[in-house]
Design a protein around this ligand. Structure first.
Ligand code: NAD
Length: 203
C-alpha cells in the first residue's frame, strides 16, 4: 500500500507465530523498527537503512552528553537482536571500544567497572549494582521490570546515580525516547519515499 510509510510488528508475538517470518514479510524500506535482516545488514556495514528505535534513542541520549564518543570504553549488557547487538554496532560506528556482556560473562562487575558508557538491556531488576559504576560514567538503563514496588530498570538507580556522570531513570528515560525515535524513523521513511530531503542531523 503506497499510502503506508512505516510498519512495525509489536513483539512478542504469540508462540505459534514465527516472528522472523512476519518481520521478513515487511518491505525493508518501510521497516521503521529496523528489525528486518536487510536493515540489520545495513547497520552492520554502515549503509543507510533503519536502525532499531531503542538503541538509536540510547545513542541520541549519549550524544546529548558527549558530542564525540570516539575512543570511549562502552559496555553493553545484553545481546538481543532488538537492543544489545544493534547498540553495540552503533557504538562501534561512533569509534567506541565496545564490549558486549551477556548471561555467560564472567565477572560482570569488573567488565562494567571499566566502562565510560554502560548500556544495560537485560530484564533483571537491579542487576547492575551502583558500586560497579566507574565515577563519571554515563549509564543508560533500557530494562523495564515490573516489581511489587512498581516499574524498575536493570540498574540500581539510587546507588548508581551517586557515581554516574549521567544516568537515565526508569520509567521516564529510554521508554519515551524509543517512542520519539519510532516517529522520527517514520518521518524519515515518508521523506525518502516522497523524495523530500529531511535533515536527519536536526531530528
Ligand atoms: P532479551 O531477553 O532478548 O535479552 C536479554 C539479554 O540479557 C540476553 O542477551 C542475555 O544474555 C542477557 N542476560 C540475561 N541474564 C544476564 C545476566 N545475569 N548477566 C548479564 N547478561 C544477562 O531482552 P531484550 O529484548 O534485549 O530486553 C532487555 C530489557 O530491555 C527488558 O527488560 C525489556 O523489557 C527492555 N526493553 C526496553 C525497551 C524500551 O523501550 N525501554 C525496548 C526494548 C527492550
Amino acid at each position: 500500500d503506497p499510502a503506508v510509510d512505516g510498519i512495525l510488528v509489536q513483539l512478542p508475538l504469540p508462540g505459534q507465530i514465527d516472528a522472523q517470518a512476519v518481520i521478513q514479510a515487511i518491505d525493508p524500506d518501510k521497516d521503521v523498527d529496523g528489525f528486518h535482516p536487510v536493515n540489520a545488514g545495513r547497520l552492520a556495514t554502515g549503509s543507510e537503512g533503519f536502525v532499531p528505535c531503542t538503541p538509536l534513542g540510547c545513542l541520541m541520549l549519549l550524544k546529548s552528553i558527549h558530542p564525540s564518543l570516539s575512543g570511549m570504553d562502552a559496555v553493553v549488557v545484553g545481546r538481543s537482536n532488538i537492543v544489545g547487538k544493534p547498540m553495540a554496532q552503533l557504538l562501534l560506528g561512533e569509534s567506541c571500544t565496545v564490549t558486549v556482556a551477556h548471561s555467560r560473562t564472567r565477572n560482570l562487575a569488573e567488565v562494567v567497572g571499566r566502562a565510560d558508557i554502560v548500556v544495560a538491556a537485560v530484564g533483571v531488576p537491579g542487576l547492575v549494582k551502583g558500586e560497579w559504576i566507574k565515577p563519571g560514567a554515563s549509564v543508560i538503563d533500557v530494562g523495564i521490570n515490573r516489581t511489587e514496588t512498581g516499574l524498575v530498570g536493570d540498574v540500581e538507580y539510587d546507588a548508581a546515580a551517586e557515581r554516574a556522570g549521567a544516568i537515565t531513570p526508569v520509567p521516564g528515560g529510554v521508554g519515551p525516547m524509543t517512542i520519539a525515535v519510532l516517529l522520527r524513523n517514520t518521518l524519515v521513511s515518508a521523506g525518502r519515499r516522497e523524495g523530500v530531503a529531511i535533515d536527519q542531523t536536526a531530528l
